[in-house]
Design a binder for this molecule. Structure first.
Ligand SMILES: *[C@@H]1O[C@H](CO)[C@@H](O)[C@H](O)[C@H]1NC(C)=O
Length: 161
């Protein structure tokens, strides 16, 4: 009888303890989204922009490949890359979406905002203006090339913006 009672007391203790131990910690910061083989470029003598990168994350079982092809920057010498709106870029996993926005400035000195979303958790990486190269190919600015020339690998760690 004594052991039966102590079992009851023990169970009662566990029951009351549960709500406390199960209370959620404050919002946790997601682990970094790792980007590799990042490519973004406007085709020579074209307004057509292409993008490609590989994404790895502790929340994804395999590396994911993302890309966008043939997006229109507006004109053949644009010192910016075309915007990639939600649903425009592709990834080989529907849990992942991404976006890219570079303001249209003619001096080519423009940072871009790059966003990657996994399962609705959106991360932001600001690509510095130094990571883009504007290359003249002659007297006409319509011949200029413009492309991403920064590191192929970087991490998206900003989830609070
Ligand atoms: C996506 O593509 C990468 C690279 O080709 C591959 O390793 C990965 O398994 C693919 N993931 C899915 C979900 O198909």
């Amino acid at each position: 009888m004594k052991s039966f009672t102590s079992t009851i007391l023990l169970l009662a203790g566990l029951t009351t303890a549960n709500p406390i131990t199960q209370s959620q910690p404050r919002q946790t910061t997601p682990s970094p989204y790792q980007i590799s083989t990042f490519y973004a470029s406007r085709t020579h003598n074209s307004y057509s922009c292409n993008y490609e990168f590989t994404l790895t994350s502790s929340t994804l079982p395999t590396p994911i490949t993302c890309s966008a092809r043939g997006l229109d920057s507006g004109f053949t010498g644009s010192p910016w890359l075309a915007s990639v709106y939600p649903g425009t870029g592709n990834c080989n996993d529907t849990r992942v979406t991404w976006e890219f926005y570079q303001p249209k400035r003619f001096d080519g000195e423009t940072p871009a905002d790059f966003y990657v979303t996994i399962d609705g958790v959106k991360g932001k990486y600001v690509i510095p203006k130094e990571d883009f190269t504007l290359t003249p190919n002659g007297p006409s600015p319509f011949d200029d090339d413009f492309y991403y020339s920064g590191p192929q690998e970087f991490e998206v760690v900003d989830f609070d913006f």
